[in-house]
Design a protein around this ligand. Structure first.
Ligand code: AMP
Ligand code: MG
Length: 340
């Protein structure tokens, strides 16, 4: 079983979190079941290559409203619409030549584009704006699901608003299990952080959220520079990921560059980017050798686990590299450690 209906019992919780090759093979049934639930206006957790999403039929206003309620997400915060092919993409947004170039280069994959919206997209999805966020995910199960449902799927990250994003089915079950209709278990998310968001409707084009697709790769395809630090407008954020405090654990999270910055009497958890030479009992690491992709993949998952046991706060090492591949990790750590 890789999906389950309504309020899982403790037993089904364990089953739903177990992903074996066998589960993957038998998943077609679950995808069909979930596609049907989505077409009926139900909402639930779905795997993508970035983080788990909380999915609903993007064209059904009532279903989309349930997403906001389950997440306690403010309605000013627009959602990303997920599509499985260009025909579906063009049914929800207007594609410029530049948008087509980016789609050719990075889709399916972790790039979201902000484009002029088509009328069929309800106001609730775009927070009343005349633009819509569109992405074609690469996760096999998610693609099959959208294809089966034959509907664009609105899916923000499947966590309570402001908290760390989920990268495993069990994270969704733990936090939203009693508020949603299903969780489709597609294993651990490959990227571990949310998609890169690029706004194509402004001049210059803007990077609204750094993510797995590097800003420099987007610039190479467009043949122009994009604004990597667009001005923040907190009253009406163009992306919640732009809020100063977001992706936050309950435990106090403090960043450090040098271990000497940590008080000698600190007894909480210390997270390193790579395995320390002589790790102590309260030492954790985000990768074996300091690879940016590994750190990105494990970041939310480790912080979430430590948040459960932490009594005295968490110190986490901050990357000092200016290389583009660290932008998303630096961004998420900055927001997760910021006070609201
Ligand atoms: P999440 O749902 O948590 O993955 O975040 C989705 C992101 O897409 C949020 O940061 C939204 O603000 C952003 N977004 C969605 N639609 C738009 C839009 N029309 N203009 C700007 N940002 C958008
Ligand atoms: Mg989110």
């Amino acid at each position: 079983m890789t999906s389950f209906p309504l309020k899982p019992s403790q037993d089904s919780l364990e089953t739903a979190c177990f992903v074996s090759e066998e589960c993957k093979v038998s998943s077609t049934d679950n995808i069909n079941k979930v596609a049907h639930l989505i077409s009926e206006g139900k909402i639930g957790g779905v795997p993508t290559e970035t983080v788990y999403g909380l999915a609903a039929n993007a064209l059904n206003e009532d279903a989309v409203r349930k997403i906001f309620q389950a997440k306690s997400r403010p309605f000013i915060d627009p959602l990303i619409v997920h599509v499985c092919d260009m025909q579906m993409a063009e049914s929800v947004a207007d594609f410029s030549d530049d948008a087509r170039k980016l789609a050719n280069a990075f889709w399916p994959g972790p790039l979201t584009m902000i484009l002029p919206r088509k009328k069929c997209v309800p106001d609730i999805v775009t927070a009343g704006m005349d633009t819509v966020a569109v992405r074609m995910p690469s996760h096999k199960m998610m693609r099959e699901l959208i294809k089966k449902a034959n509907l664009p799927i609105a899916a923000p990250s499947a966590n309570p608003f402001g908290y760390v994003s989920p990268t495993k089915a069990e994270h969704v079950i733990e936090q939203l299990g009693d508020k949603i209709d299903f969780v489709l278990d597609g294993g651990d998310c490959e990227c571990g952080v949310e998609s890169t968001i690029v706004m194509l409707t402004s001049t210059p084009k803007k990077l609204l959220r750094p993510g797995p697709i590097k800003a420099s790769d987007i610039e190479d395809v467009l043949g122009e520079e994009i604004d990597r630090n667009p001005k923040k407008n907190e009253a009406h954020p163009q992306a919640p990921g732009m809020l100063k405090s977001h992706y936050s654990p309950k435990a106090k999270l403090t960043l450090f560059e040098d271990i000497a910055e940590i008080p000698a009497d600190f007894s909480g958890e210390i997270v390193f980017l790579k395995r320390p030479d002589n790790p102590l009992k309260n030492h954790y690491w985000l990768s074996e050798s300091g690879d940016a992709k590994d750190v990105q993949k494990n970041l939310f998952s480790l912080i979430r686990s430590l948040d459960k046991i932490s009594k005295n706060g968490i110190y986490c090492q901050k990357p000092t590299s200016s290389d583009d591949s660290w932008l998303a990790v630096i961004d998420r750590l900055g927001r997760a450690s910021a006070k609201s």
